[in-house]
Ligand binder design. Sequence first.
Ligand SMILES: C[S@@+](CC[C@H](N)C(=O)[O-])C[C@H]1O[C@@H](n2cnc3c(N)ncnc32)[C@H](O)[C@@H]1O
Length: 316
Amino acid sequence: MQKATKIFTHESLLNINHWLTEHLQSNHQAIFEVLNPDTSDALFSGETITIDQIPYCYRGYKAWVNLAELHHCKMRTPLKLTKHTIQLTFQKLNKEKSFHTTIIKNREEKYGTTSSFFKINKNEEPTFLNAYHKALQAVKIEHRTHILNLGINKGDEFELIEQMVNKQIFQKIKLIGIDHSQSALDFAKERFSEKNTAFYKQDINKIAELNLEPSDLIISIGTLQSPSINYKPFLMSLVQNHLTQNGALILGFPNSRWIDQELIYGAKAPNYPYSEMSLLFNDVIFAKKYLQQKKFRVTITGREYIFLTATRINLK
Ligand SMILES: C[S@@+](CC[C@H](N)C(=O)[O-])C[C@H]1O[C@@H](n2cnc3c(N)ncnc32)[C@H](O)[C@@H]1O
């Protein structure tokens, strides 16, 4: 077992932050000793507790996990060192291990079966699952009959719908998925081989060529902001031409990046070395305002993925 190289008792978070930044510049992990968060259930982070005449600044596990993430680290299992202290290890994530930076010749297969993106199951990420699940509840998923998914990839978005509604209802919903990755579509087709599903290899920009009947729910997660899609005009044409009178919309906007198997909070913006959210807010607010003009009720939820959910206001 590697030993803690630093002990923190009453130091401020700012000081700890500085130490971590410096230490992690030349080390792949930072190991340090702190007060065991289980020492108290009654303290806020930052409150002082004195034990054996040593003043400690209290911090909960959530504060440590957040701090590790902000330093692009994963937190290893803490070790109990003494009656009142633990050892924490922050291990640096490998920034090279990210599909965002992978260069691939065939653009359409960037998210195909051989990509590392393909191994990700967002339904197993609590903050994603919670927001997507709530969005499906908000659109009353059990009453929807024609669902169109743009950028379906391997079909994870349909998987949650299948888990939420009973089998009889699921088999009656017409599920259509569009993507330009043939390998991902082949996988999705095998996974959802029932007669009620259809998967099309098609450039989303040319969706009109498919002559689909309008859907009463359109879902698109992590796709419409792709550089290949002219987001604003596309969104407007989608609402005007592909939604039924009572149709609803669920859009998921990434506010995160995958680094070395971890979902890291914060959208990466060009020209900024840190997370910057102007582009994200711009796109979300554009959709919100446009849909409100079109008489939708719009909610914005989520964390690592921002979910915009729009349902028609029933005007009498
Ligand atoms: C980031 S992935 C998101 C996949 C899935 N919705 C999810 O959240 O796991 C974007 C998907 O959209 C597809 N895609 C991107 N641009 C496209 C376009 N212009 N036409 C068709 N598919 C596109 C990609 O192949 C990929 O499967």
